[in-house]
Design a protein around this ligand. Structure first.
Ligand code: GLV
Ligand code: GLV
Length: 312
């Protein structure tokens, strides 16, 4: 029997499998995540940790959890975890890839359609009474057919977005090194051709701030930016300036830096911007599947078996 700490109440019934396997389960009951101090006070003596992308798993935190064998992240992205510190301590790390691909790709398309067809502006016109009549020139947007989608990060999610975009009649191009795992065009060439740029890369030291002033200046003036990856991939100051100056036509972000984005953040005053609260994987089916895989990884790590979905 092992002790495990779970940093939030999970959807579905997967967590019951831990107590059925004889483990002692401590679940953080609050809506807000535990602070680092609260984590440290709960994690001592735990062999398993099931955490969320909101939890920073630092070397210091790991230092307070001498018995920890496994960190199971209920997310595909693991930029919240100090992977090197985990490896140094022999702590296994698992994530939840695959099951959230379709939900996240659906959301990228939802954002693309919403920003290109100006749905938030339409909704506020209805609410405010600015919708006076059908007008030939009212809220005209861009349609997707024959437009070019540029994918940054053509992995599982990027490819699922490409498939959906092709069904809408878009041409899809991607950036990548010729000899890389997902070969494609040089980034600047891809950006100069795309009508919509959609970002799907993980957050790494290489991708942090990738969408900066020069990235945005290389995009076409009528182009739209979609980000469903991680907020830190975009330099938000540069994005706010590009939107205000008309260097690009609009942006739709499901992820921001920080999260939550304060409601008085200057970014929110930029024109033609949609921000949603990190909803990429937010469907009942996907979140239950993520919880289930996170429990599978935790059980395997506690048993000393290879994780079904290992990160390291
Ligand atoms: C969500 O952003 C995830 O990484 O699962
Ligand atoms: C639009 O509603 C049309 O009928 O053209």
């Amino acid at each position: 029997m092992a002790r495990c700490f779970i940093t939030r109440t999970l959807p579905g019934s997967a967590v019951e499998r831990l107590s059925e396997a004889g483990h002692a389960v401590d679940i953080w009951p609050e809506r807000m995540p535990p602070t680092t101090a609260e984590m440290i006070s709960r994690i001592g003596g735990a062999e398993g940790l099931l955490c969320m992308l909101t939890d920073e798993i630092t070397a210091d935190l790991l230092g307070s959890a001498a018995d920890l064998k496994v960190v199971s992240n209920m997310a595909v992205g693991c930029d919240n975890i100090d992977l090197i510190a985990c490896r140094d301590r022999g702590v296994h790390v698992g994530n939840t890839p695959g099951v959230l691909t379709d939900a996240t790709a659906d959301l990228a398309l939802a954002l693309m359609l919403a920003i290109s067809r100006r749905l938030p502006e339409g909704m506020s016109a209805v609410r405010s009474g600015d919708w006076k009549t059908w007008e030939p020139n009212f809220l005209l947007g861009m349609e997707l057919r024959d437009r070019t989608l540029g994918i940054v990060g053509a992995g599982r999610i990027g490819n699922a977005v490409s498939a959906r975009a092709r069904a809408f009649g878009m041409e899809v191009i991607q950036s990548g090194r010729p000899d890389g795992p997902t070969p494609g065009l040089p980034l600047t060439q891809m950006l100069a051709q795309a009508d919509i740029v959609s970002v799907h890369c993980p957050l790494t030291e290489e991708t942090r701030g990738l969408v900066d002033a020069s990235f945005l200046a290389t995009m076409q003036k009528h182009a739209l930016l979609i980000n469903t990856s991680r907020g830190q991939v975009v330099n938000q100051t540069a994005l706010a300036a590009a939107l205000s100056n008309g260097d690009i036509a609009g942006a739709a972000l499901d992820v921001t830096d920080p999260e939550p984005l304060p409601s008085d953040d200057p970014l929110l005053t930029a024109p033609n911007l949609i921000v949603t609260p990190h909803l990429g994987s937010a469907t009942n089916r996907t979140r239950e599947a993520m919880a289930s895989i996170a429990v599978d990884n935790l059980l395997a790590g506690l048993a000393g078996s290879p994780l079904p979905h290992p990160v390291i």
